[in-house]
Design a protein around this ligand. Structure first.
Ligand SMILES: [Zn+2]
Length: 192
């Protein structure tokens, strides 16, 4: 399963290069593809990312219909419905790969970076998901750095709060790849 996950990750990162180079190859965007999957789905990866209009997984990874199970929410924040959506992909669709995709210029990261540690007037549940990241960041910094730290925190939260995800990782049925999307280059990179 781990080999399969790594193979899918390599494929998606190659797809991202196709996007960056302006040479997308996917043909899985037709009605014919949709009809093939009319009564079932077999995505090979779950992508948890932000709702941001510039972060469109299928486009930046050069994918089509039926390939990715995508969960999007402002700031890639991890409330109960989001965690259960990822759990569905892991438990019911048996995806071997979970990509956590943070990104540059994220509005939620900027709002949190400006507001922390003040109790927010708006977007309370989003901020309560993001604020703990600042406990590991000693000084005010730029929001892109915060986004990368936050991506790591999201992995930690998923493993802590979801026995389904934790067990799948422990049993080598799932790998989690922490990634960051750079708007200026279009590149998706793995983050340490
Ligand atoms: Zn965002």
């Amino acid at each position: 399963m781990k080999e399969k996950a790594n193979k899918e990750l390599t494929k998606l990162l190659q797809g991202n290069k196709n996007f960056v180079n302006g040479t997308p190859t996917t043909k899985n965007m037709s009605l014919e593809t949709l009809q093939k999957f009319a009564f079932h789905q077999e995505p090979y990866a779950c992508v948890l990312t932000c709702s941001d209009s510039r972060v469109v997984p299928e486009i930046i990874f050069d994918c089509g219909i039926g390939e990715l199970f995508v969960v999007r929410v402002a700031g890639m924040t991890t409330g109960p419905n989001i965690i259960e959506s990822v759990e569905y992909a892991v438990k019911c669709l048996q995806v071997p790969l979970l990509i956590l995709l943070g990104h540059d210029d994220c509005g939620v990261m900027k709002y949190a970076n400006d507001g922390y540690p003040t109790e927010p007037q708006y977007f309370k549940s989003l901020m309560h998901c993001v604020y703990p990241v600042f406990e590991d960041i000693p000084e005010k910094t730029d929001s892109n750095f915060v986004a990368k730290k936050h991506t790591h925190m999201v992995e930690k939260v998923l493993l802590e709060k979801s026995p389904i995800i934790k067990k799948a990782v422990e049993e080598n049925r799932l790998i989690i790849a922490n990634c960051h999307f750079d708007h200026s280059t279009g590149l998706v990179s793995l983050i340490d």
